[in-house]
Design a protein around this ligand. Sequence first.
Ligand code: AMP
Length: 336
Amino acid sequence: MASDNKVITVSGVRPTGRQHLGNYFGAVKNFVGMQDSYTGYFFVADYHSLTTHPNAADLREKSKNIALIYLACGLDPDKCALYLQSDVQQIPELYLIFNMHAYLGELEREATFKEKVRSQPNNVNAGLLTYPVLMTVDIIIHKAHKVPVGKDQQQHVEMSRDFVRRFNNFYGVNYFPEPVPFSFSDTLMNIPSLDGEGKMSKSKPEYTCIYLEDTPDQIRKKIMRMPSDSGPTEPNSAKPPFIQNIFDLMALVSSTETIQHFNDQYNQCNIRYGDLKKQLAEDMVAYLSPIRQKIEELSANESKVYEILGDGASKARASAAQTLRDVREIIGFKNF
Ligand code: AMP
C-alpha cells in the first residue's frame, strides 16, 4: 500500500464504549479527510482495550461496532486499510522490542497512567503502564508519520517521538519517521463534555456525551440540559466556559451566519439561551442524521463489515511484516 510515495498515516479508536462527538471530530473525521491523499491505516484498538479486562462477547461486539462506525462516517476500504489491531500479530513482537527502550520513570510520569492509578487502583496492570509503547508500535509498524488524534492524545504522540528517536539513535539508523499529531483544524480538537466539566469522554455519564447513534430526540434532550445562566449584563463581555462550550459545539455543525447571529445577540445582551440551544440541537441532528442512517444500513449487513476487516488485515499485515523484517535485521536478529 505504501508504494505510491504518499505520506503514511495511522490512527485507531479503542472499542471500549460508544463513539461520541469527540471521537468523530478528534479522530474519525480526519481519517476520512486524509484517505485520498495519504496512505491510511485505520484500526480498532482491541489490544489496548484489554487493559480494562472486557469479556469476549462484549469485545467482539464493540470492535465490530467501531469498524461499522468508521465505515458509516465515510472511510472507504478501497482507499485505506481498515483492520482490527489484534489481526496484526507483528504488533506484539515489535511491542516487546520497544519495551526494552522504554523506562519505568517516564512511563509512570505519563498523565493518563497517573489518572488510571487514581481511578482504578485495583487494576493497575503492566499493560496500562506500557500503553504509550503499544501506541508507538501501532504507528511505526507502518512507518507512519502523521497521526490524526484529539488533544488528549498529544502527550502520547510526543512520547512516541521520543521512543522512535531513541531507537534510531541507539542503532545509528534513520529508519522510523518521527510521528507528529495531525488535525485539519488549526489546533488539535478538544470536544467539551455537555456538563461543562472537561472533555467529552466514554468514561463520563451518558447525558454528557452525544453519541453518533443517538436519535434526534436524545440529542435534543441532551443539548437542552446543557448548563447556562441568566445571560450577560455588560455588552461584549467574555463568555463563561459553559456558554463558550455551546458556541464551540455550534462552530462544528452550524452555519457561519447562525453563529454570527447568536454572537451578536450575546454581545448585545439580548441572547435567549433556550433559542441558542434549540438551534444547536437542530443543527446537530441535521449533521448527524446521515451518519446514523448509514450505521443502521450497515448494521443489517455485518458480514460485509467482517469481509472489509479481513481485507484490511491482509494489507496491514503485509506492511507490518516488512517493517518487522527490517527491524530484526537492524537489531541483529536473523531472519530465516
Ligand atoms: P478513545 O475513545 O480514547 O479511544 O479515543 C479515540 C480518539 O478520539 C483519539 O484520537 C482521541 O484523541 C479522540 N478523542 C476522544 N475524546 C475526544 C474529545 N473529547 N475531543 C477530541 N478528541 C477526542
